[in-house]
Design a protein around this ligand. Structure first.
Ligand code: ACO
Length: 330
């Protein structure tokens, strides 16, 4: 079976930084509350000149450059996102419109678990020997759906994009296991009410309609602590290695307390857990690929390392996988 090594990676972040101190002047909150309950100190927020497409395209360009590939060498683009710029056209097609090329292009919807799910989908096209090179992107601009009068949600989210290039390898590299799960019955713990019926014109017809994210934080927290540890453990077990052979955990960056709980479940010391939630908040589908790219750029992961990716989010959905890092066999 061909393997799907990660040969390039890249990220993109909005320019605007929103700090906890900025939020103190917007809602009834404090830096101390936000840091102690979430670990977040600041996040990046899209401006008028930025979009899901602009962030995803910038991350994709950086990943392609790192891999030394051009868009027309890519066979497939898979985007994990919950906030595409168009309801009809896939975000993957919007990115391709910017990049050029004629790769197949489609989206995967699994909210914050979107990138890990898309990585699994993209990898399988290579594992099945259908394609040689796949671009996988995780991107979200969830702050567009955040109510900045609701202190229980507006402190949590940021925007961003991360991308990877997958290439056919003869060595055991790339995603070696996948664990996907969902509890659809729990979807109302984290959703945007009425979103399915939203058309821009309806804002005038239904002024009371607020397309804002709503969340039952306690339920999502309970769910996350459970599934992050269990899914990561299952992804490791599928490859037949022990927790002590894990070199790095790249968890979805939603809340430092959730990340710490997942690390405890896997018995991992803090230096084997990538954390950027303090700087970026919860960037939804972008969180795992941004963290992965940061770990790679700082050479905290090296050829042959076992890297565990795990994410959870709206759905309620979760996704985990074990990546063997490196480009051997390309
Ligand atoms: N500042 C100050 N006080 C606040 C704030 C705030 N920003 N937000 C809530 N509070 C108050 C509440 O009103 C409550 O006050 P009360 O006791 O007088 O009623 C008090 O703080 C405690 O609130 P809790 O909800 O119990 O706080 P908790 O410790 O559970 O932390 C949090 C809340 C941070 C939201 C936590 O539940 C959490 O992280 N949940 C998971 C959320 C998450 O990960 N969501 C993203 C999923 S990924 C995706 O798909 C997008």
């Amino acid at each position: 079976m061909p393997f799907a090594a990660i040969t390039g990676w890249g990220t993109a972040l909005p320019e605007r930084v929103l700090t906890n101190h900025d939020l103190e002047s917007m809602v009834d909150t404090t830096d101390e509350w936000i840091v102690s309950r979430t670990g977040i100190r600041e996040r990046r927020i899209v401006g008028d000149h930025e979009s899901t497409t602009s962030l995803a395209t910038a991350a994709a360009r950086a990943a392609l450059e790192k891999a030394g590939r051009t868009p027309d060498e890519i066979d497939l683009i898979v985007v994990g996102t919950a906030t595409p710029d168009d309801f009809l056209v896939s975000q993957a097609c919007l990115v391709q419109a910017e990049l050029g090329g004629s790769a197949g292009a489609f989206d995967v919807g699994a909210a914050c678990a979107g990138f890990v799910t898309a990585l699994s989908v993209g990898s399988q096209f290579i594992n099945a020997d259908v394609y040689h090179r796949v671009l996988v992107i995780g991107v979200d601009t969830l702050t567009r759906y955040v109510d900045y009068t609701d202190r229980s949600t507006c402190v949590l989210f940021g925007d961003g994009a991360g991308a990877v290039v997958l290439e056919r390898s003869t060595e055991k590299r790339g995603l070696l296991s996948t664990v996907l799960g969902a509890d659809g019955a729990g979807y109302k713990h984290l959703y945007v009410p009425g979103m399915a019926n939203l058309v821009p014109e309806s804002a005038d017809l239904f002024p009371e309609y607020r397309p804002y994210l709503q969340m039952n934080g306690k339920e999502v927290f309970r769910f996350a602590v459970q599934v992050m540890g269990d899914a990561a453990a299952a992804a490791i077990a599928k490859v037949g290695i022990g927790f002590d052979q894990v070199d790095m955990l790249i968890p979805h960056q939603a809340n430092l307390r959730i990340i710490d709980a997942a690390a405890r479940r896997l018995d991992l010391p803090r230096d084997k857990v990538w954390v950027n939630v303090d700087r970026l908040g919860n960037t939804s589908a972008a969180s795992v690929p941004i963290a992965l790219a940061e770990a790679a750029d700082s050479e905290s992961i090296k050829e042959g390392d076992n890297v565990v990716l795990v994410a959870f989010g709206a759905g309620l959905a979760w996704a985990a996988g074990l990546v063997r890092w490196g480009t051997a066999g390309i």
